[in-house]
Design a protein around this ligand. Structure first.
Ligand SMILES: Cc1ncc(COP(=O)(O)O)c(C=O)c1O
Length: 373
């Protein structure tokens, strides 16, 4: 019995020590130190004898956590004074409805750029409030690029874009020029590079990719874009409520905000967002170079719009694709299967993805090509 128990324990230990390469699209890989410090706080927050998840959100301990998360966000993204940093509920998906609720003036239909499924979902919600002007779409090319050459009506209530299209592996590399308030879904690339917030009226992101765990949505909003609609807005869906109550109108997800704070500290320790962007460019190049030179693989996104966060690629031979997927799975590569709308493979390489894991994937691709070409 004792021998069996020892054998069993050893198996569990060695299983958990097996190196995993986590390429999940979100929830996604987090820095190890964020996981360590967050789990330590769940056991005992600051030697208080209480767990992070059993303290009052009104306690001074939690207020300090929230204040520091807001302050670090302001510092890292260089947020101007006249913008508010909010932690909201409901994921990025609730923003699809909160944005038109708060910003759409019926006589000034908002403009949207349709670059993928998430943009389509945002458009669907906006249509509950008014007409919507879809200024351009790449739907006919299965969203393999970011449209250009469109114009945004000067009287639009706002212009909404998705900066990084998680499913299709495309990313905007410049901020759209527009005279109307610019609203950006940054769910899958927030904190991956510097952002000039003065060109934006509102940015938002679910936190479960580059900022921590699911449970909160970061919204950064220019204060003076509010108060220009005449509809009644339910309190929880009204940005002004959350500004007036410092993101504490109701009970926030203390755990998700704590994890976000740990991630923000880690980003600062890397040297800020310019350094992070440089790392992301270097990491993505390693994989794109392999996709472009390996005879078995090809990228799906147009070169100039390639994402630094989600890298999508396919193989011509679908049977080989299945074989590579099995090979990847058996070598502990997790989450590499492409979204069903694109097929093939998707490697999500958010901020926390170590360069070594990308190099390991490249080695696997090279070995596979040597065996199967
Ligand atoms: C670009 C983008 N927007 C919105 C969402 C939806 O986020 P949530 O699940 O937080 O509602 C996702 C989720 O993957 C996404 O990638």
């Amino acid at each position: 019995m004792i021998i069996f128990a020892c054998f069993y324990l050893e198996r569990i230990e060695s299983k958990s020590e097996m190196k995993k390469y986590n390429f999940n699209a979100g929830p996604a890989i987090l820095p190890r130190q964020v996981i360590e410090s967050s789990s330590a706080a769940v056991k005992d927050l600051n030697n208080s004898g209480l767990s992070l998840i059993e303290i009052s959100h009104r306690s001074s301990d939690f207020q300090a956590i929230l204040d520091e998360a807001v302050a670090l966000t302001r510092e890292l993204l260089n947020v101007p004074e006249n913008y508010s940093v909010l932690f909201c509920h409901g994921g990025a998906s609730l923003q699809f409805c909160m944005i038109p609720y708060n910003l759409t003036r019926k006589e000034n239909p908002p403009a949207y750029l349709e670059t993928g499924v998430w943009a389509k979902k945002a458009i669907k919600e906006a249509r509950l409030f008014s007409e919507v002007e879809v200024v351009a779409s790449s739907a006919d090319d299965n969203f393999n690029h970011i449209p250009t050459g469109y114009s945004v009506p000067e009287n639009a209530s706002y212009f909404h874009v998705t900066s990084n299209n998680t499913i299709y592996g495309t990313q905007m590399h410049t901020t759209p020029e527009t005279t109307v308030p610019l609203v950006v879904d940054m769910s899958s690339d927030i904190f991956s590079r510097p952002v000039d917030l003065s060109k934006h009226a509102l940015i938002y992101a679910g936190t479960q990719k580059n900022l921590g765990t699911a449970g909160v949505t970061m919204v950064i909003i220019k204060n003076d874009i509010l108060g220009n609609v005449d509809r009644e807005i339910p309190s929880m869906l009204n940005y002004q409520t959350h500004i007036d109550n410092g993101s504490m109108f109701n009970t926030p997800s203390v755990f998700a905000i704590y994890t976000a704070l740990q991630t923000l500290k880690w980003l600062k320790s890397l040297g800020g967002l310019e350094a992070v962007q440089k790392q992301n460019e270097d990491k993505a190049k390693i994989l794109y170079d392999e996709i472009d030179t390996n005879p078995l693989f090809s990228g799906t996104a147009k070169e100039e719009d390639r994402s630094l966060m989600n890298i999508t690629f396919v193989m011509e031979d679908k049977e080989l694709e299945q074989k590579f997927l099995e090979e990847a799975n058996s070598n502990n590569f997790i989450g590499i299967k492409g979204h069903r709308l694109v097929g093939g493979f998707r490697a999500s390489i958010y901020n926390a993805m170590p360069k070594e894991s990308i190099e390991a994937l490249v080695s696997l691709m090279q070995e596979f090509a040597n065996k199967n070409n």
